[in-house]
Design a protein around this ligand. Structure first.
Ligand code: ZN
Ligand code: ZN
Length: 426
């Protein structure tokens, strides 16, 4: 019986791991530079954390959550995104009493029951940032800047930053009423999904990719033209700070983003190198009411998230190579020709590893030619072959795989010379 991993999940190894580690390393280095610190929350939470946090009307809560009852009949859910958990953790641990804003990042797996497609898995890894406890447009700008820099550092080119403001709860509610009034008479031109969004999740109609819906949206009022004075000022300040740090942006009046909790600033980064409707690399937004709704103080926040697997897929599609991992010049392979020499081999291995030489041995005995080929294909620079002669005489022969030069040493008296020869580049 051979088992397959469940649909929408994947095993990662080899080259894929190198990409994942590269992405995580680049992110962590950048978060450190911007003074964001890591937070780790559980992989599952009480279901209400998500149903209240993300919104009962959202697609995620309605269709995509992995919800189960534990043995005490409590409803638990595997986290489908990061923000709600982070907010729950900040309130529970009263982290907001510290110096604000709290600048946090998380890296971890999320779970959504979606139709799997390229770069979109049911278990996927998200890297996200939350800056909690500031209303200042400067923190919006910093978070946007961080996301922009991240894609730049990963090697993406031709980045375009979309920004928009979807207002506070006051000006947005007025706007949504107006939008619904404008949409009702042309309801017939909308797709089925949008008709069901109308009145329930009206703003999400702007997310629709259907052509007829896009036509309808061209002629309706836009939220960013209907902001209250304070939201307007906030948005203008962000744009001016983005100018200061030289990040070019496009004010995309049609930009709205998936979560109910967003207020004011939302943003998305796309690469014009990606030739598809789904060219967003990542994005985020401000959430001013979520913490209060969770029983915390009235403090506002902003964050973003990117999907690890999708980012890697796009890097590969765009031909972005990760830098070759540093391969030590002294990487050494010891070829053991008989298990009878194991003790001798382990003496050598212990000494070399203690001396900082990257080395490995063959644990199964194979043909020498095959072992040398293996060493060549795996970036080894030196090969040490231990056969009967070497074992008897307590000698070792070191072959340089690049120049094919070789030298013989006494294991008993030449240890320093052995190290020097191994480290020699040739
Ligand atoms: Zn407002
Ligand atoms: Zn539609």
């Amino acid at each position: 019986m051979i088992y397959n991993s469940p649909r929408g999940t994947e095993d990662y190894f080899g080259e894929e791991i190198k990409y994942r580690n590269f992405l995580i390393e680049v992110s962590k280095r950048l978060f450190d530079l911007f003074n964001y610190s890591e937070i780790i929350t559980p992989h599952f939470e009480h279901t209400e954390v998500f149903s209240r946090g993300i919104g009962e009307n959202s697609e995620i809560v309605n269709k995509e959550m992995y919800t189960f009852f534990d043995k005490k009949n409590r409803s638990l859910t595997l986290r489908p995104e990061g923000t709600a958990s982070v907010v729950r953790a900040v309130i529970e641990n009263k982290l907001y009493s510290e110096n604000l804003p709290l600048k946090l990042f998380y890296i971890g797996n999320m779970f959504r029951y979606e139709r799997p497609q390229k770069g979109r898995m049911r278990e996927f890894c998200q890297i996200g940032v939350e800056a909690i406890g500031s209303n200042s447009p400067s923190i919006d700008t910093e978070v946007i800047w961080l996301l922009y820099d991240l894609f730049e550092k990963l090697g993406f080119k031709n980045l375009v930053l979309y920004v928009n403001s979807i207002g506070c709860s006051r000006c947005r509610n007025d706007y949504i009423n107006m939008l619904e009034e404008q949409l009702l008479p042309v309801k017939g031109d909308l797709c089925e999904d949008c008709i069901s969004r109308l009145g329930k999740n009206t703003l999400r109609i702007f997310d629709c990719k259907v052509k007829t819906c896009r036509e309808v949206l061209k002629n309706v009022a836009k939220i960013s033209d209907n902001l209250c004075e304070s939201c307007q000022k906030h948005f203008i300040e962000i744009k001016s700070l983005l100018d200061t740090i030289g990040i070019k942006y496009v004010h995309n009046k049609n930009l709205v983003r998936g979560f109910d909790y967003y207020t004011r600033t939302i943003f998305e980064i796309i690469s014009s190198d990606i030739d598809s409707a789904q060219n967003a690399l990542g994005g985020g937004g401000r959430y001013d009411n979520l913490i209060k709704e969770f029983g915390g103080p009235e403090i506002s926040s902003i964050g973003f998230a990117i999907g690890l697997e999708r980012t890697i897929l796009l890097m590969k599609e765009l031909g972005i190579r990760i830098p070759a991992s540093c391969k030590p010049e002294n990487k050494t392979y010891i070829i053991n020709m008989d298990t009878a020499y194991d003790k001798y081999i382990f003496e050598i291995l212990k000494f070399l590893r203690d001396s900082g030489i990257y080395c490995d041995i063959n644990f199964n005995i194979r043909n020498v030619g095959k072992e040398i080929k293996f060493a060549q294909n795996n970036d080894y620079k030196n090969v040490i072959i231990i056969g009967e002669d070497e074992y008897e005489k307590k000698n070792i022969i070191i072959k340089k795989l690049l120049s094919y030069s070789q030298e013989e040493f006494s294991w008993i008296s030449d240890k320093e010379k052995i190290l020097n020869f191994l480290k020699k580049m040739e």
